[in-house]
Design a protein around this ligand. Structure first.
Ligand SMILES: [Fe+2]
Length: 336
């Protein structure tokens, strides 16, 4: 150990070190969106995308992919507007919630508690906003998905529900993506405050950050921020579900077309993550990505990979297709 490291450690108390160790986020858990065309959107998510409907409660539907272990990974709320209401992350221990509260107090970050049971399937929640105004919730307790429905029960203990082959049938929830005016500022906040590792980024010729991709687990990213080229504030760019293979992605593209769902871009392959993708618009206007592949990271001291201006196209789409202008400008609203 270097003398510098020894000096840093000696200045921290054992209590501080323990708190830093315990105050961690574990993984992205769910996204809650409102939809202005609830019936059509519910049809899309269940019949076309092929998610499993856990339950409905009044004007709200709780959904998950067939191997998502939790009660839900997507919440749909009927509304007169389509926006993202909340991004949910699980913390690594019950103590983490209280330690995050302590940190927020020290840093004068506004927050509030939502008591367990107020939101279906979830224990106590710590609510707050990121610098760009994205509503976030941290939780420790979340119900697992359990079913008595013989049509859903899998023969495999590792499958919380069986592979139905209805619609696209993605395996699991993967990530969310946000358009924002200042990518670097947002990324630094998520990495420094919440400990979400910075995985790779795109920088332009003027040294402006065009995009940053971050994850706490070893997948390519759980949340991404891309620069809003119009500089009009933050928007919800997309949410993504994961498929096992490129074959299934081609099948998904065909299913979208047959059901009148517009494919905005793809199939293509992002050079940055190595994942193959399609982007579609669901009936209430949210953009949905379906993707497969992508590299994994295991190093605890990962250094974010820079994709410089000269590599831009390779990173965006390595086979050469370019996205429509809407990809850089369109997103649904960020809720209050
Ligand atoms: Fe994505």
């Amino acid at each position: 150990m270097s003398k510098v490291s020894e000096e840093i450690i000696s200045k921290e108390t054992a209590q501080e070190r323990l708190e830093t160790y315990l105050r961690t986020v574990a993984h992205l858990g769910h996204v809650e969106i409102s939809v202005d065309n609830f019936d059509e959107s519910l049809w899309f998510y269940t019949e076309v995308l092929g998610l499993v409907l856990t339950e409905t409660d009044g004007d709200t539907a709780y959904l998950r992919a067939w191997q998502d272990f939790d009660h839900h990974t997507l919440v749909l709320k009927a509304s007169d507007k389509s926006e993202v209401n909340r991004i949910g992350w699980r913390v690594s221990s019950k103590e983490s919630l209280l330690l995050f509260e302590k940190l927020f107090k020290e840093m004068n970050i506004e927050y509030n508690w939502v008591e367990g049971g107020q939101k279906k399937g979830l224990g106590d929640l710590l609510h707050f906003k990121s610098p760009t105004g994205l509503p976030v919730e941290l939780y420790w307790e979340k119900e697992k998905f359990v079913t008595n429905d013989p049509k859903l029960i899998s023969k495999l203990p590792s499958h919380p529900s069986k592979y139905m082959m209805r619609g696209v049938s993605p395996r699991r929830f993967d990530h969310v993506n946000i358009l924002t005016d200042d990518v670097q500022k947002e990324q630094q906040w998520w990495t420094e405050l919440l400990g979400i590792h910075h995985r790779y980024y795109v920088q332009n010729n003027e040294d402006i950050r065009l995009g940053s991709w971050l994850s706490r687990t070893n997948i390519a990213h759980e949340i991404a921020f891309m620069r809003n080229s119009q500089q009009t504030g933050s928007k919800f760019h997309h949410l993504a579900y994961y498929l096992d293979s490129p074959d299934e992605l081609i099948r998904a593209a065909n299913i979208m077309v047959e059901n009148g769902i517009k494919i905005e871009w793809g199939p293509g392959k992002h050079g940055t993550s190595g994942a193959q993708f399609i982007y579609v618009f669901e009936p209430s206007g949210h953009r949905i990505e379906i993707w497969t592949g992508g590299f994994l990271m295991f190093s605890p001291d990962w250094e974010a990979i820079e994709w410089s201006a000269g590599k831009g196209q390779l990173g965006l789409e390595m086979w050469g297709s370019t996205p429509p202008e809407s990809y850089f400008t369109y997103g649904t609203k960020i809720g209050e």
